[in-house]
Design a protein around this ligand. Structure first.
Ligand code: TRP
Length: 333
């Protein structure tokens, strides 16, 4: 039997090329080897967007369309929405006994996020919510309700997976059962794309991202103003020349080149000329994805059907897990 693989995104906006090269293409590659599930983590997205439910609601459709357009095929990967599985919420409550508040406060993933979200959680985290602090517990439930084996994630999420492993182990031990396999985090060798301004992350709030849904014209404009440096030659040196190396990386990914070789070949081409070429190549690369995406968004019924089918497949498994869980916890009245 194939192992069960679960991945997910928080639906907080449409996906950009950082997601594409960082996770979505990897998902596509893995879908023959594993039994794959893709969760749209709307409940988790609400933990730092509780006051903006419209955005999350719209983004559910956006991220589904983005993934399908790239080739994460709904015939191979089961798509579902987190909030439609009440068993996850139930399991989260049970798991909350198996983790200490101190463990959650020390978690490097959430710690870093809380430090970045000062507007929401305060300069010193004094307004931190129970929900955000606890999202790793809910993510442990996301993974274990399916009894998933493999969870591909970015490096920044590894401590969250580690906690899920600990919770699963603890549950099995305390309630003397073997319900949960211990999930494995799977790092991809996928490259990390920086923002077009050279900052560490492509993100909507920094306005430094190229979205799969952008038009070719928007793409050209964004690349035109992307940060470079004052050198007059190309090299691939992410440490010393992050902004230029990032553009070279994008160029080499879409043209299937090694970035060092690509940089050498680009030599001392003027940046403006390179940017024109990069935008043209990227638009060519994204054209089929954009066309498919357009089609999907124009026919939301099709998307809704995919999500309904996914739910139909996932719910019985969720209830099967919970029947075992309630029995093990002696609350199977
Ligand atoms: N926390 C993940 C992220 O921010 C999203 C996510 C939620 C997830 N539940 C998951 C990923 C379960 C893998 C498995 O990217």
């Amino acid at each position: 039997m194939k192992k069960i693989l679960l991945t997910g995104d928080r639906p907080t906006g449409p996906l950009h090329i950082g997601h594409l090269f960082g996770s979505v293409l990897n998902r596509k590659k893995l879908q023959d080897e594993f039994e794959c599930y893709y969760m749209i983590a709307d409940v988790q997205a609400l933990t730092d967007n509780w006051d903006n439910p419209e955005k999350i609601r719209e983004s559910v459709i956006e991220v589904a369309a983005d993934n399908i357009a790239v080739g994460v095929d709904p015939d191979k990967t089961t798509y579902f929405i987190q909030s439609q599985i009440p068993q996850i919420a139930e399991l989260t409550v049970f798991f909350s006994n198996l983790v200490t508040v101190n463990e959650l406060k020390r978690n490097p993933t959430t710690k870093a996020e809380i430090a970045q979200k000062k507007q929401l959680f305060g300069e010193e985290g004094e307004s931190l919510t129970y929900g955000f602090l606890g999202y790793p517990v809910s993510q442990a439930a996301d993974i274990t309700f399916l009894r998933a084996n493999i969870v591909p994630v970015g490096e920044d999420q590894l401590p969250v997976i580690e906690l899920a492993r600990e919770i699963a182990e603890k549950f099995n031990k305390i309630y003397k059962n073997n319900i949960f396999p211990i999930p494995e985090g799977k790092l991809s060798d996928a490259p990390r794309i920086l923002g077009l301004d050279g900052s560490a992350k492509m993100s909507k709030s920094l306005n430094n991202a190229i979205y799969l849904k952008d038009t070719p014209e928007e793409t050209i404009e964004k690349i035109k103003v992307a940060k470079t440096d004052s050198e007059n030659y190309f090299s691939y040196d992410p440490e010393k020349r992050p902004a230029v190396s990032n553009l070279v990386l994008i160029y080499s990914l879409i043209n299937d080149l090694d970035p060092h070789t690509a940089a050498k070949d680009l030599g001392n081409m003027p940046y403006s000329e390179f940017k024109k070429k990069l935008a043209e190549d990227l638009n060519k690369y994204l054209a089929p994805i954009r066309a498919k995406r357009h089609e999907l968004i124009a026919n939301k019924k099709h998307l809704t059907t995919i999500l309904a089918k996914g739910l139909e497949k996932v719910l019985p498994r969720a209830e099967e897990t919970m029947t075992m869980v309630r029995e093990a916890m002696k609350i199977d009245y």
